[in-house]
Design a protein around this ligand. Structure first.
Ligand code: GRF
Length: 220
């Protein structure tokens, strides 16, 4: 692979040989469920090999169990950061996952962890990055007065919501929107954008050139 061709992302996968992913969650788990449902229906060449939560109260764990997916809770609060991240790495590696998918995962991964899984971690953020990274993006978008917001699926680098963009979807911001009503409209497109981004990774045609993620669409 020459420099000009960039860094290959993902690999050619199929329903018989799906891309193996571990999904990291902290809460509700609707994105995890949207991905897992498509995978279980055979619409996505991806297999959720484990769902890992950083807290025992994550509703996502129960949703995953109901879908027959292997789950693990690593309680950050009782483990502390260094044991937690050591065990998290071990858990991902023992699951056989090739990629880590953050879906409503409310922790910043340490630099060493991100570097260990370099360009093998994806995240979804409910704004059109680079606008409104970090906390309360819906509130930030309304306060700023933007007329469009949406969601972004991106590779995770060592910054917060700064990595190269894979997929985006836009939705209108309405005059009477509250952070909650905007979040609901964005969530609906998150459930389309995340499976689509993973489908592109599973083509084996996606490449990272500088900050640009290119290829992997039908026909590319
Ligand atoms: C989503 O809006 C996601 O973009 C953000 O946190 C929310 C998680 O929702 N990072 P869910 O747990 O997937 O339902």
């Amino acid at each position: 692979m020459t420099r000009a061709e960039g860094i290959p992302l993902g690999r050619p996968a199929s329903l018989e040989d799906p891309l193996r992913i571990a999904i990291l969650v902290s809460g509700r788990g609707s994105n995890m469920q949207a991905i897992a449902e498509r995978s279980l229906k055979g619409e996505l060449a991806v297999r959720v090999v484990r769902v890992i939560a950083d807290r025992p109260t994550a509703q996502a764990i129960e949703r995953a169990r109901q879908m027959g997916i292997s789950t693990r809770v690593l309680d950050f609060r009782s483990l502390g950061t260094s044991d937690y991240h050591r065990l998290l790495q071990k858990e991902v590696e023992s699951s056989g996952a090739e990629w880590i998918v953050l879906a409503g995962y409310m922790r910043i991964l340490p630099e060493a962890f991100v570097r260990h899984f370099e360009w093998r971690i994806v995240n979804i953020h409910p704004s059109l990055l680079p606008s409104f990274p970090g906390l309360q993006p819906h509130k930030q978008a309304i306060a700023h007065g933007v007329k469009l917001s949406g969601c972004t699926v991106h590779l995770v680098d060592t910054g917060v919501d700064t990595g190269p963009i894979i997929e985006q979807r836009a939705v209108p911001v309405l005059d009477d929107d509250t952070p909650e009503s905007l979040a609901e409209r964005i969530l609906a497109v998150e459930h389309e954008a995340y499976p689509k981004a993973l489908a592109r990774l599973a083509t084996g045609r996606l490449r990272l050139i500088g900050r640009r993620v290119v290829g992997g669409d039908a026909g590319s």
